[in-house]
Design a protein around this ligand. Structure first.
Ligand SMILES: [Fe+2]
Ligand SMILES: [Fe+2]
Length: 248
């Protein structure tokens, strides 16, 4: 866009199923008119099936003029076919990230799925049974991927795209008993250290729209069911405006 503003559109948890043909086509058309970059924060499908992702890919053609950057969510792993989903998305031109970075103009995006394990004092520690240690290791590995991706970014403005929440604040609204399954505080430290401009995530369908990390980084929960619930008449995607660092 020529007004010195770079617009990022983001949505998560679109959960395409076998009956979803055309479901969000008009949303993607609107995104194509309004933003410079479209982010999809995981749970792209219901069951992680290739036929589901193909319906989404057809609809994303409505935003073919935009760079589209995505991460997978836990639902996309359900059928053990995440590699096929990744290949199909990449073949269609979607920048599907799993620790990699995507850079456009002066904005860089690092995407990872993230994982659960809880926040703050409630963070699960790698102690006791091997199963517990494996679970914690998965969260630690995702955090490491995020950190490595952020370290490689050259762009002056950094965005993190996650599926799971990195802070407790944006899952508030969900039953407290399930907070440990909605995200991991282990994702928060790299966001602070690399002074990320904004974080987008989903997964907490009934969470809260906005929060901040301990270092003041803004975090946006863009789960589609949450956006729809809070504004039934509005467009269910979030637009963030970033001032371009060098204005024309
Ligand atoms: Fe979801
Ligand atoms: Fe999810």
């Amino acid at each position: 866009m020529s007004d010195g503003v770079f617009r990022v559109g983001a949505v998560a948890d679109i959960h395409y199923g076998r009956e979803s043909r055309g479901h969000l086509r008009s949303l993607f058309e609107e995104a194509a008119r309004r933003v410079d970059l479209l982010l999809l924060a995981g749970d792209l499908t219901d069951y992680g099936l290739p036929e589901e992702i193909d319906l989404l890919i057809d609809d994303l053609a409505a935003a073919a003029n935009l760079p589209i950057v995505a991460v997978l969510g836990n639902h996309d792993y359900e059928s053990g076919r995440e590699q096929e989903l990744t290949e199909r998305l990449r073949h269609a031109g979607v920048h599907l990230l799993d620790g990699e970075a995507f850079e456009t103009e002066d904005v860089g995006v690092v995407g990872v799925k993230g994982f659960g394990g809880g926040f703050g004092r409630g963070t699960l520690e790698p102690w006791g049974e091997a199963g517990v240690k494996r679970y914690v290791q998965e969260a630690a590995d995702e955090s490491m991927k995020l950190e490595r991706g952020l370290a490689r970014l050259q762009a002056p403005r950094r965005i993190a795209l996650l599926h799971y929440a990195p802070i407790r604040e944006t899952v508030i609204g969900e039953p407290e008993e399930i907070f440990p399954f909605l995200g991991s505080g282990r994702l928060e430290e790299p966001l602070n250290r690399f002074e990320v401009s904004a974080v987008f995530h989903g997964h907490a369908h009934r969470g809260a729209l906005e929060g901040r990390t301990s270092g003041g980084v803004p975090v946006y929960n863009v789960a589609l069911p949450l956006l729809k619930h809070l504004d039934p008449e509005g467009l269910p995607f979030r637009v963030l405006e970033l001032a371009k660092s060098v204005e024309a």
